[in-house]
Design a protein. Structure first.
Lengths: 248, 246
């Protein structure tokens, strides 16, 4: 599990995260939702030190990330898999080389063993026979799948996903969402998904945290979300006419 | 002034991050080979063409200015050699390479930054600065001197071709490029080249590494990398010449 305690982060005079505390549970898909600019991505990046926090603590199963030595931070990061918004695949590497990269970097496995693991991961994300393709030859959905395969290749304890289905059609988005949830349950890992897609929330949201202007405004399950009295959250969730009609 | 100091501070912090042991030697060697090709092999063509024509033009211009019968003809070879070794090859060619290699480094690292590829490296626990920048610096330090030696050789050949139409015999030209040769000039040329190689690779990588924004900012970083590298090269050219030759 990942616990955050009273995290604050500002950029110059702009306070982006204001005293946020929350517990992301293991074996569940924890969703962070909120409008654009509410601090979701900053929170996710702050968890893993891509943004330096002003105050607070981030505990990975009790290990305070921001107070670890650089060497220990790097070791802890090897336990984290991350799915980036744009995929972040290395342009000059093929699909196979992209997934192989963490294994080559951090394990002493033989070539055959590594390739076997890569194929296993590609099969898990339903993407076989794509080993030799370059990222520029992949569709949006395929890019996300390869990114997931790369994120899980080292058997991470924590999986962080930054808007995993942005730019995808609804059908592919649901497939990606379900894939993330299945991997979370299968491997009993702590998964955090940043999203503002209500389809994702309804599909895989087990524990949901709502950020509003940098503050944790609400948290609960998707069932509780539908009946919430929180005005900002209601405005966010039922923003479309369709959802408003459905609620009525 | 504050901005300049800020750049200097960030540059030194980045260098501190760059100069640490790579996580895996085999992967590092692989990266180094890629950089050898990009920085070294891929630059041979442009270096050869530029050096040949500049050598030819220098010898023709020298011949044109030495029309007086009082000047011995071999001075054309001598002047071509001196100008190539002392200034053209180490300084002018490094300025050209700052444009070719420096902008490429800045845009490559900058694109990786804005497309979150550097963040992905960091998340995996890889020291992105060492992984991306150190091979570029080492490859530059090794290959730039080789390129400059090649440039001097090709420039001298270009000089010989150039002076064919000016009535100077091959024997005079060859005598000129051998006479009164000071080997320290080669040392001076290689010292300058090594310093410039470090400036180009580290300054360009710095601008790429700290790119923020999107495609437009990648272009800006690339331009800045070339401008700053060129200015610093000219500054160090003056300082090194003053230190080593004055």
């Amino acid at each position: 599990m990942i616990e955050i305690k009273q995290i604050s982060k500002s950029f110059a005079e702009n306070l982006v995260l204001d005293n946020v505390s929350y517990l992301f549970e293991r074996g569940k898909t924890n969703l962070i939702i909120g409008e654009s600019g509410s601090g979701k991505t900053t929170l996710l990046r702050s968890l893993i030190g891509l943004n330096k926090i002003d105050s607070g603590q981030v505990l990975f199963d009790g290990r305070d990330f921001h107070n670890l030595k650089i060497k220990d931070k790097r070791k802890l990061r090897q336990e984290i898999g991350m799915l980036f918004q744009k995929g972040a695949l290395y342009d000059y590497m093929t699909v196979e080389e992209n997934i192989l990269f963490p294994l080559t970097m951090f394990t002493n496995q033989g070539n055959e063993e590594k390739i076997e693991r890569v194929n296993e991961c590609l099969k898990r994300v339903n993407l076989t026979n794509s080993n030799k393709l370059l990222p520029s030859e992949l569709s949006g959905g395929m890019t996300k799948r390869v990114s997931i395969a790369r994120a899980i290749v080292m058997n991470p304890k924590y999986l962080l996903c930054d808007e995993p289905n942005s730019g995808l059609d609804p059908k592919t988005a649901i497939i990606i969402d379900n894939l993330i949830q299945e991997i979370t349950i299968e491997n009993n890992i702590t998964t955090i998904v940043n999203t503002h897609d209500m389809n994702s929330v309804m599909e895989i949201g087990e524990r949901i945290a709502y950020l509003y202007k940098g503050k944790l405004s609400w948290h609960g399950t998707k069932e509780e979300l539908i009946n919430t009295k929180n005005k900002e959250l209601n405005d966010f969730v039922f923003a479309s006419k369709l959802f408003k009609r459905l609620k009525k | 002034m504050k901005k300049l100091l800020q750049h200097l501070g960030n540059y030194l912090i980045l260098l501190n991050k760059v100069f640490s042991f790579p996580e895996k030697r085999s992967v590092f060697v692989q990266q180094l080979n890629i950089e050898f090709k990009k920085i070294g092999i891929d630059s041979i063509g442009i270096v050869t063409i530029i050096s040949f024509f500049i050598g030819a033009v220098v010898s023709i211009q020298t011949a044109y200015n030495f029309e007086s019968p009082l000047y011995p003809k071999y001075l054309i070879g001598f002047a071509t050699r001196e100008s190539l070794i002392l200034e053209f090859c180490p300084t002018m060619l490094c300025l050209i390479l700052a444009g070719k290699i420096g902008s490429n480094m800045a845009s490559e690292i900058g694109s990786m930054r804005v497309s979150e590829q550097i963040d992905a490296l960091e998340i995996m626990g890889v020291n992105s600065a060492t992984f991306l920048i150190l091979p570029k610096i080492i490859a530059s330090l090794i290959f730039f001197p080789c390129l400059i030696i090649l440039s001097i050789s090709i420039g001298l050949i270009g000089g010989w071709v150039g002076c064919q139409n000016t009535g100077i015999t091959t024997a005079s030209y060859l005598y000129g490029i051998k006479i009164d040769f000071n080997p320290f000039y080669i040392t001076y040329c290689l010292i300058k080249t090594t310093v410039f190689a470090f400036i180009i690779s580290s300054v360009s990588s710095y601008f790429g590494y700290y790119t923020k924004g999107g495609a437009l900012e990648v272009g800006t970083s690339s331009t800045r990398a070339v401008v700053y590298s060129s200015i610093i090269i000219l500054l160090f050219n003056f300082l090194l010449t003053d230190l080593l030759l004055a």
